[in-house]
Ligand binder design. Structure first.
Ligand code: UFG
Length: 334
């Protein structure tokens, strides 16, 4: 039986497809290639190009494949864009989930691992953030994903579709052999932007705000390597295959790094000066996000291999140096 990966051509999706195949799974991928890259998909996976909201297309995929479970990455995920275009996020992310669950239920597929986010917590009341803490998003991206978690909960109650929601903190890095990595157009995330400056593609980094209530005034985030995240999806799948109940898990390192510290780490790793200036705050940014991640370690048996941001940045820099133009498919269609 196959595992269906939605959004398997994206950054985290493609690394997860790769790890699933390395672990002997039979994998089918659905991606509309709006932000994903065909070249990122491991060629051993069967690829279907289409949109998760297109029920006719999705029904055809579910008819053709014998699907045991679904891993869902097919969501827009840029916080600042969601502030400007909230309906785009509710349509694709939340609307896509409703469509998907209808198709899953019609085909009696009862397991889903979902790419959720720390952005569902909003501005935390306490650090580190526990899974049981209040979820009060400060941006439409987080709100769209919180709604998706709730829709899965009620679909479990009504139809018995079991889910694991994995709430990611900040993901970075690339497969260490440099064959796949992060390639967004436009790029908005801190680590790849810092590395674009290191590579001479941008003149300087602008750090968004240095007047936050943090040790150096810049935002603090909890970074996790993309392959450790990929492995957590496989463990979540096994957890559901073992018949456990629906649940949510944070995926982070439980250590915070400020934006300034990340810049210093990247200067160390690359040996480049990486010019930077301070700018105003970016709308929708919580001050500090650090995960309590013992639940995933204890219940899923998750053991992240990359526990040092220097190592994480090193793998991202290796990808950048070997792929200066990313996948070199600006329209995502190669
Ligand atoms: N930042 C800068 N300059 C830049 C880009 C980013 O200072 O040019 C700062 C941001 O203001 C923030 C930090 O770097 O303080 C990290 O920003 P990212 O855009 O890399 O990541 P976010 O923390 O906004 O969001 C990421 C994911 C979300 C996820 C969230 C959870 O994109 O999907 O982590 O922590 F929800």
């Amino acid at each position: 039986m196959a595992i269906l990966v939605l959004g398997g051509a994206g950054y985290i999706g493609s690394h997860t497809v790769d790890r699933l195949i390395e672990n002997g799974y039979d994998v089918a991928v659905v991606d509309n290639l709006v932000t994903g890259h065909k070249a990122a998909i491991n060629p051993k996976a069967r690829f279907y190009e289409g949109d998760v909201r297109d029920k006719d297309f999705m029904n055809q995929v579910f008819d053709k494949e014998e699907i045991e479970g679904v891993i869902h990455f097919a969501a827009f995920s840029v916080v600042p864009e969601s502030m400007e275009k909230p309906l785009k996020y509710f349509d694709n992310n939340t609307g896509g989930m409703i469509s998907l669950l209808e198709v899953m239920n019609a085909h009696n597929v009862k397991k889903i691992v979902f790419s959720s986010t720390a952005a569902t917590y909003g501005e935390p009341k306490q650090i580190p953030i526990k899974e049981t803490d209040p979820q009060v998003p400060t941006n439409p991206y987080g709100e769209s994903k919180l709604a998706m978690e709730k829709i899965m909960h009620w679909s479990d109650v009504a139809y018995g579709i079991k889910f694991v929601a994995l709430r990611y903190f900040n993901v970075a890095g690339a497969k260490p052999d440099g064959s796949i990595g992060e390639d967004h157009h436009p790029e908005t995330h801190l680590v790849p932007i810092i590395l674009q400056v290191a590579a001479g593609e941008r003149d300087e980094l602008t750090i968004f705000g240095d007047d936050y209530d943090t040790p150096d005034g810049t935002n603090v985030r909890d970074y996790v390597h993309v392959l450790d995240l990929a492995d957590a999806h496989i463990l979540a799948l096994k957890y559901l295959q073992a018949g456990h109940d629906s649940d949510a898990f944070n995926l982070g390192s439980s250590t915070g790094f400020s934006n300034k510290q990340m810049l210093d780490a990247a200067r160390d790793v690359t040996g480049k000066p990486i010019p930077a200036k301070m700018g105003p705050r970016r709308a929708g940014d919580p001050s500090t996000l650090i995960a309590a991640s013992d639940k995933a370690r204890k219940i899923l048996g998750w053991k992240p291999q990359f526990d040092d941001v220097h190592e994480i940045i090193k793998t991202a820099w290796n990808w950048k140096e070997t792929h200066p133009k990313g996948y070199d498919d600006r329209k995502g269609n190669q």
